[in-house]
Design a protein around this ligand. Structure first.
Ligand code: URA
Length: 210
């Protein structure tokens, strides 16, 4: 089984991504664009949510109308840069529940180590959307999803802003069942693990650190 990659080629998404790539786009504009693009990604990633019919009254007459079915979606932010996507997604999904996963790479073993994990209750009845802006090597995203699977959510999708082909391959080797939603799959990783052409360090550009 090979995993699915959904490239979000909507013109608004592509335009905003181009602005985010530009090296002269400053922190506040970068943050705002990330929030806007994440709202559009939320729209795409929720396209297949189940609905059920509810009897309602309009000012003119009764009707049966669709509403979202089941438990609230859970948005899972991978610390720290996942928070940028989370902010935008919560604008579209204000009732969503939120989880956080923190992993770092042990400098000796190079293995991902968990330092934070908190998710809502009743995960077995919730669809999970995991987010991290850059799918570079894919190692931390794959480790975060591995950890999340222990909580047994109903379904898992992964959303990012940019992916490298190496990251997509590594992620889907471990999780062919988790579709990736991304506006673009770039050329490759450089020797330091940055995506080329990419947009630089997403966390630094978002928070003004370096
Ligand atoms: N993380 C980033 O922020 N940027 C990259 O290009 C790769 C990983």
């Amino acid at each position: 089984m090979t995993g699915h990659v959904e490239v979000i080629d909507h013109p608004l998404v592509q335009h905003k991504l181009t602005l985010m790539r530009k090296s002269d786009t400053g922190t506040s504009r970068f943050r705002m664009l990330l929030q806007e693009i994440s709202m559009l990604l939320a729209y795409e990633v929720t396209r297949d949510l189940k609905v059920t019919q509810e009897d309602i009254e309009t000012p003119l007459q009764a009707m049966s109308a669709p509403v979202l079915d089941g438990k609230k979606v859970v948005l899972i932010s991978i610390l720290r840069a996942g928070g940028g996507i989370l902010d935008g997604m919560l604008k579209i999904l204000p009732s969503a529940r939120v989880g956080h996963i923190g992993m770092y790479r042990d400098p000796n073993t190079l293995e991902p180590v968990e330092y934070y994990f908190k998710v809502p209750s009743e995960m077995a009845r919730r669809d999970a959307v995991v987010m991290d802006p850059m799918l570079a090597t894919g190692n931390s995203a794959a480790a975060a999803v591995q950890r999340l699977k222990q909580a047994q959510p109903k379904s898992i999708k992964f959303v990012c802003l940019l992916a490298a082909p190496e990251g997509v391959r590594a992620f889907h080797e471990q999780h062919p069942d988790v579709p990736i939603y991304t506006p673009a799959v770039d050329e490759r990783l450089n020797e330091k693990g940055y995506i080329l052409p990419g947009l630089g360090d997403a966390g630094d550009r978002m928070f003004g650190t370096s």
